[in-house]
Design a protein around this ligand. Sequence first.
Ligand SMILES: Nc1ncnc2c1ncn2[C@@H]1O[C@H](COP(=O)(O)OP(=O)(O)OP(=O)(O)O)[C@@H](O)[C@H]1O
Ligand SMILES: Nc1ncnc2c1ncn2[C@@H]1O[C@H](COP(=O)(O)OP(=O)(O)OP(=O)(O)O)[C@@H](O)[C@H]1O
Ligand SMILES: [Mg+2]
Ligand SMILES: [Mg+2]
Lengths: 228, 228
Amino acid sequence: LIEMQDIRREYHMGDQTVHALRGVEFSVERGESLSIVGPSGSGKSTLMNMLGCLDTPTSGAYRLNGVDVGSLSKNALAEFRNRQIGFIFQSFHLLPRFNVMENVGLPMLYAGVSAVKRKEAVEEAIRLVGLSDRAKHKPNELSGGQRQRVAIARALVNKPSILLADEPTGNLDQKVGWEIIHLFQRLNEEQGVTLIVVTHDMEVAKTTRRRIEIVDGLIRRDAVNERA
Amino acid sequence: LIEMQDIRREYHMGDQTVHALRGVEFSVERGESLSIVGPSGSGKSTLMNMLGCLDTPTSGAYRLNGVDVGSLSKNALAEFRNRQIGFIFQSFHLLPRFNVMENVGLPMLYAGVSAVKRKEAVEEAIRLVGLSDRAKHKPNELSGGQRQRVAIARALVNKPSILLADEPTGNLDQKVGWEIIHLFQRLNEEQGVTLIVVTHDMEVAKTTRRRIEIVDGLIRRDAVNERA
Ligand SMILES: Nc1ncnc2c1ncn2[C@@H]1O[C@H](COP(=O)(O)OP(=O)(O)OP(=O)(O)O)[C@@H](O)[C@H]1O
Ligand SMILES: Nc1ncnc2c1ncn2[C@@H]1O[C@H](COP(=O)(O)OP(=O)(O)OP(=O)(O)O)[C@@H](O)[C@H]1O
Ligand SMILES: [Mg+2]
Ligand SMILES: [Mg+2]
């Protein structure tokens, strides 16, 4: 499903260059579950943005479903992202002037889904993350963990086939955090959703079948998780 | 040092009222170290905003150094906050158009400290959180954990006597996260800084002498941490 070959990403800042990714290579089968771990600043979010078609590599190839992502038109890319990929951002990226229902429903609005169907799917997604009693709040009227859960609900509402979660439990207590991780596991095991989770929580990292370790823009290790 | 009596905070939204804090009472001695834990949405950040003089209660009294905070003028409050309190926000609140050095130096700029002294203190604070090689980056040129560390460095630069940290390690890997927590412990034990940390990480919560549990806007438990 996913093939990354010699992926590099550089940022040019005046006379300095930051090499965020230095030749990353791996592939992911449909329906796999994998976690990505590594030190702060090592390139995990940069890699997730590549995977989610939100950023293009400085060099290297990214094939998704056999198609070279770099060759797709902007429109084809946007459509694929909207329909197939659910992305939970590390910094949430909620729209401040819209409430929870509107933020969660956004991917369906873009997909042209009817208002009736949107309402039903949004209410279900909000219920799954425990925010039914906050449906009309705006982001600045929510706690940090509630905002994180809105970002999670929004990523799930279009029933994507690929779920990219960048540190989805960083602002959540143990109980709610595990409910979210178990929800992801169900989506992966029962519905075949391909699951990629970046996390700093080593307990969360143990719940996936495979783990990739990134250090300084390179894959240091890529192995099956040993059962605890 | 800190005395909270029957602190309540309500948010009025149309015909509904959210009771974020429902009568919180506790006191903190100078030089104490305590953690605040509890479910997402239970009122921890709201309480931190009260403690940091960034928000006023709907009712109840907050005495800081024997002074009723509610009776202080805006200017007196702002000055006390700037000189005595270091606040690490759950969502960082960095200024997007300024780089790391400028963001970290802001509290000293407000305090009227000379440019020479600011530069020295800022470089030291940035060094302590491991960001010396990112000094000229702007927030959108940083990883999530790097932004969190800028927020931490900024809270420390004025050498505050009270450090309020709202989920300071949520975006950090184990190694860097523990460096930060040990830094806080040193400030508390060696320099008598009063330390209050909100955290979802139970390992971090064990590092303070005392723990307060908040559930649904009320203190459920307030006890000395048993040694592991
Ligand atoms: N401006 C507001 N208007 C209405 N409700 C609000 C507002 N700000 C916060 N709330 C509500 O107050 C409650 C407490 O929020 P608070 O941010 O203190 O929670 P928290 O314990 O810090 O949660 P988390 O662990 O998720 O960060 C939440 O349920 C939230 O929805
Ligand atoms: N726009 C940019 N310009 C320059 N450097 C950047 C830019 N964006 C990111 N970087 C740098 O690229 C590196 C990788 O960033 P990335 O966000 O992928 O890290 P990360 O592994 O997700 O870290 P964290 O665990 O802290 O979230 C970081 O060192 C960061 O400073
Ligand atoms: Mg990141
Ligand atoms: Mg909070």
